[in-house]
Design a binder for this molecule. Structure first.
Ligand code: AMP
Ligand code: FE
Ligand code: FE
Ligand code: ZN
Length: 287
C-alpha cells in the first residue's frame, strides 16, 4: 500500500498566534507559557512579546520537550499620527540589522518613558523606580507600573490601573517615540518574515484604508480579525478588507498570563489561514 501523501490531523489543530511572556508584559516565563498552552489544548502557539525576541530560546526548548509547535514572533509598537498600531511579525531573522535596530530603539524609548511616568506618579503615589523595575524581567511597559501600583495597594489589579491612572489622557501618561507601521512592515519583510496587524479595530481609532492599502503594498500579509478588542462592526470591516485584498485573517488570544483576562485559545486561527501565513513568512506550517 502506498503511504498517504498527507497524514491528515484527526481534528483541526488549535492555533493561537499571539501571546506574551514575562520577557515583556505577560506574567509567565516563556517555559511556563508553553506549559499553559499545552494545558489549554493548543497545538500551535505563537510567542509575540513586545519589542523583543529574548524569550524565543527558552520557549523553543520548552516546546520541544512538551511536544507543542512554537511559532516565534514579535509584536512591534508603531504609531501613525495619534493612532498606536501594533504589528505582529513571524518567520523573520531576529539577528537582522533592521530588527535589532528597531528593538534597541524601542527598548530605550520605553525605559526613558517609564522613568518619566514613575517620576510623575511618585509625587502622588507610594511607588518608586525600584518597585517598578522589580516587576520587569525584560522589556518594560505600563503593566509593570500597574503591578507596582497594585503592590502598593493603590489599585486592585492591572485593569483598574489602566482604567484610570495609566490611561493615555491621564496627567501621568507619557507617550514614547515609535516608528510608523510602514517602517515596521518593511523591516520585518527585510528580515525575511511576514506581518499581521494586531487588533486593528480595537479601542483606538483604526488606520484609514489608504494607509492600510499602503501597508499591504509594502508586504503586510494579514489582519488579526478575531481578537477580543476588535468591535463587532470592526470585524466585519476587517473581513471585507481581507476579501478585497486577499489577506490572511488570524484569530488569537493576546494572552498575558494573569496580567489580563484574555484566556489562551479564546480565539483561534484556522489551519488554512495559518498555512497561508507560514508560506508568506517562509516557514513550514506543519513540519
Ligand atoms: P505600553 O506598551 O507600555 O504603552 O502598555 C500597553 C500594554 O498594556 C499593552 O500591551 C497591553 O498588554 C497592556 N494593557 C492594556 N490595557 C490593559 C488592561 N486593561 N489590563 C492589563 N493590561 C493592559
Ligand atoms: Fe501587552
Ligand atoms: Fe497589542
Ligand atoms: Zn499583544
Amino acid at each position: 500500500m502506498p503511504e498517504p501523501q498527507h497524514q491528515s490531523h484527526p481534528q483541526p489543530r488549535r492555533i493561537d498566534l499571539h501571546t506574551h511572556s514575562n520577557v515583556s508584559d505577560g506574567t509567565e516565563t516563556p517555559a511556563d507559557l508553553v506549559a499553559s498552552a499545552v494545558a489549554a489544548g493548543l497545538d500551535v502557539v505563537g510567542l509575540t512579546d513586545h519589542d523583543t525576541t529574548e524569550g524565543w530560546a527558552e520557549a523553543r526548548r520548552a516546546a520541544e520537550v512538551q511536544g507543542i509547535q512554537l511559532v516565534p514572533g514579535i509584536e512591534l509598537t508603531a504609531r501613525q499620527g495619534w493612532t498606536s498600531v501594533h504589528v505582529l511579525g513571524y518567520g523573520f531573522d531576529p539577528q537582522a540589522a533592521s530588527l535589532l535596530e528597531l528593538n534597541a530603539t524601542a527598548q530605550r524609548e520605553r525605559l526613558e518613558r517609564a522613568r518619566t511616568m514613575v517620576e510623575r506618579l511618585a509625587a502622588d503615589y507610594p511607588i518608586s523606580w525600584e518597585s517598578v523595575a522589580h516587576e520587569a524581567h525584560g522589556v518594560i511597559g505600563r503593566p509593570h507600573i500597574a503591578d507596582a501600583l497594585v503592590n502598593a495597594g493603590v489599585v486592585p489589579d492591572r485593569s483598574a490601573a489602566f482604567q484610570d491612572i495609566l490611561r493615555p489622557d491621564s496627567q501621568y501618561y507619557v507617550a514614547h517615540a515609535a516608528p510608523t507601521p510602514l517602517t515596521v512592515v518593511m523591516a520585518i519583510a527585510e528580515a525575511g518574515g511576514a506581518t499581521v496587524l494586531a487588533h486593528p479595530a480595537g479601542r483606538t481609532r483604526p488606520l484609514d484604508e489608504p494607509v492600510l492599502a499602503e501597508l499591504v503594498n509594502a508586504g503586510l500579509a494579514g489582519l488579526e480579525v478575531w481578537h477580543r478588542d476588535n468591535t463587532a462592526a470592526g470585524r466585519e470591516w476587517l473581513l471585507g478588507l481581507v476579501n478585497r485584498w486577499n489577506l490572511v485573517a488570524t484569530g488569537s488570544s493576546d494572552y498575558h498570563g494573569m496580567g489580563k483576562p484574555n484566556r489562551l485559545g479564546e480565539n483561534l486561527t484556522s489551519e488554512s489561514m495559518f498555512e497561508r501565513l507560514a508560506r508568506r513568512a517562509g516557514f513550514p506550517a506543519f513540519p
